[in-house]
Structures are given as C-alpha cells and as structure tokens.
Ligand binder design. Structure first.
Ligand code: ZN
Length: 352
C-alpha cells in the first residue's frame, strides 16, 4: 500500500517508509499528503484514515470507509457486473465486490422478471430472519432461493449467559453494530444511535437501551438461529433498495398509476405510467459522490435522490444538462419528495 500511495505523488515526496506512513494515517490527509488541496474536495483533505474507537484501539474511520466505498461503487457497471480491470485494488475490495456480484445479481437474474422483482424486494424488505421465516418469505413472494443469508457477525450480537440478542436498525432492520456500549447502524444516513446498558443485562434478559424516541426505536431480538444478508448485499442492495421500494409503494397507491418495478430486468428502477399517457423511467441514485452518477448516467431520464442527498440535486442537474439518455432525452433530477410532488400535480391535471 505504501508503494501505491507513493506512485500517486510527486517523486521524492510522501512518507519515506511504510512505518512513517502508518504513523500519519491518523492525521488529516492534507497534513501529510503533498497534493494541491485547493483543487481537491475539502472533505477529502479533512479525512483521517485511522481513528481511536471506544476501547482506545485504532481502526478505520467511518469517513475513510465511506470514501473507499464510493470509489468502489464507481467500478460497478449498471448491470451489477464488477469491472475487474482494476487489478490494483486490494484483495478484500475485490472479494467483497465479487461476492455481491456473483452471489446476488447473477442468481436473481437467472429467473424471469417476476422472480427478479420478488428477489429484489425481498432483499430490501427481509434483511434478516430465522431459517423458517426465510423459507416462508421465499414461498410467499415467489422469490428464487438466494445464497446471501449468513449468521450474524459477532459485533452485532450481545452474548448473554443463557441467550444472545441483536437490535434491528429502525430504518433498514439490519442488525446494528454494538460497540463500547453504543448501538448504531453502519449506514451513515440511518440515524438511530442508542446506548446499551450492558450491566443491566440478566441471564435471560437483554441489556436496557437508551436514546429511544417515538420516531427512532428498536427492540432486542433473540439472536439464536437468525441469519442476515451478507454485508455487501446489505450495503449495495438492501440500503439503496429501501428508497426504491418505498417510492414504488407510494406510486402504487396513487389512483390510476401503473408501476413497473425494475423494468426490463432492471434496465431502470421504476417505470411510471400515468393515466393521461405520461411516462417516465426513474433511477434512484444513493451515491455519496454525485460525480459518479454524472460519469455513468443511467438509461432512464428521471433521476431521484434520497431526501438526505438533497444537496446533490443542483450539481447533478448542472452536470447532466449537456448529456442525453441513450434515446435522446434530457435528464431531470429530483429528491424523493419533489418527485412525489411532481407526480401528484400531474395526477391533478396541473403542469408539473
Ligand atoms: Zn440502517
């Protein structure tokens, strides 16, 4: 890794040895990487790779983790295939990405459109369950079996003497990470942050949880026999899928609207057909870096970002103004709320 870093810097600059580099990893990049930081994103200059966790151990910071993931996202094709041209990537990155691609998209694309829709919806709506729950869900939904559910990882479970417990994120239902008495979802936009009073646990009772609110709450679930989707599927399919599925369900409730989920085997996320003949093809984009969307614009002309990414709308629209879809249409960018408002207006017969 030291060699990789030096290869991107002017010759003779940068940390001289691997251990010099390690010493620098907990400082901001702008303090030790000799690059022209005026030309680079501010957040990148502020990023420290390592930080201390609650136990005083150094570990990868969340910012570094997210930055890595957004570069990783850029390597995926729209078909979910991973571009293996990047042979410089560390092995764990390739393995994580390949695992997502191989074990999921390939499996769920092997069936027909109805099976594909059932599989995608299940990955968003059922991130965890006991074996029996999962069997029931597969048959109720008509979804093909997917080799993506695995035992909970230990950092998401409280092991009591007679029982063990986990806590679902209020937003994605995936097990939150329990670390140093803190519970939180590893997906930064999800806002649940709770305390776990570990001393309050009894042999057969979970620890008490603090920080609950009417909007954000969680309850301990017995961990015995529970499986959850693997990390990569959760991060790349479950989390973005929540926004897609939520928007699909809203559209399906609007009178007269026909919704095509993941139309043409996911050529775009949502085909929307209004009674007056108006059609749009929506792609929901939940990327940290809007440039990665501009660099690889979707097939559909309507781009919808989660409300928590509303600050991206203007930059995206500006970056895509000169670009056209493969069939020659201009792009329009909305937040989820603005897109819903626009559809509501059209349904009332007003110009949107
Ligand atoms: Zn979550």
């Amino acid at each position: 890794m030291h060699g990789v870093v030096l290869a991107f810097l002017p010759i003779g600059s940068g940390p001289a040895t691997p251990s010099d580099m390690i010493d620098n990893l907990s400082s901001r990049l702008r303090d030790w990487v000799p690059l022209d930081w005026h030309q680079l994103p501010t957040a990148m200059g502020e990023l420290a790779v390592l930080g201390r966790n609650d136990n005083g151990h150094e570990e990868l910071t969340e910012d570094a983790f997210e930055a890595g993931l957004s570069y990783l996202e850029a390597l995926y094709g729209d078909d979910g295939q991973f571009d293996l041209g990047g042979a410089w990537l560390p092995a764990w990155v390739r393995q994580t990405a390949e695992q997502t691609e191989r074990s999921t998209f390939r499996q769920i694309r092997s069936g027909n459109q109805a099976e594909y829709e059932a599989a995608r919806a299940m990955l968003s709506e059922v991130p965890c369950g006991t074996k029996q729950t999962l069997i029931d869900e597969y048959s109720r939904r008509g979804a093909p079996r997917m080799d993506v559910y695995e035992p909970l990882s230990r950092d998401r479970v409280h092991e009591g003497r007679n029982a063990s417990w986990w806590w679902p994120c209020p937003e994605c239902r995936y097990p939150m990470v329990l670390r140093g008495g803190q519970l939180r979802c590893q997906y930064p936009p999800h806002q649940g942050r709770f305390g776990a009073l570990l001393d309050s646990a009894r042999d057969d009772r979970p620890p008490r949880i603090t920080g609950l609110s009417p909007r954000l709450k969680t309850t301990a679930v017995p961990a015995e026999g529970v499986l959850c989707v693997n990390w990569a599927v959760w991060r790349y399919i479950t989390c973005p899928g929540l926004i897609e599925v939520g928007l699909m369900q809203w559209l399906e409730r609007q009178p007269g609207v026909r919704v095509a989920r993941w139309e043409n085997m996911d050529e775009w996320d949502i085909g929307v057909y209004l009674p007056d003949g108006w059609i749009c093809r929506v792609d929901v984009k939940d990327h940290k870096d809007p440039q990665s969307i501009i660099d690889r614009p979707p097939t559909g002309e309507t781009i919808v970002v989660p409300n928590y990414r509303r600050s991206q709308v203007n930059a995206l629209q500006a970056g895509l103004d000169a670009v056209r879809t493969p069939d020659g249409r201009p792009y329009t960018v909305f937040t989820v709320s603005r897109f819903k408002a626009s559809v509501s207006k059209r349904l009332k017969g007003e110009a949107a």
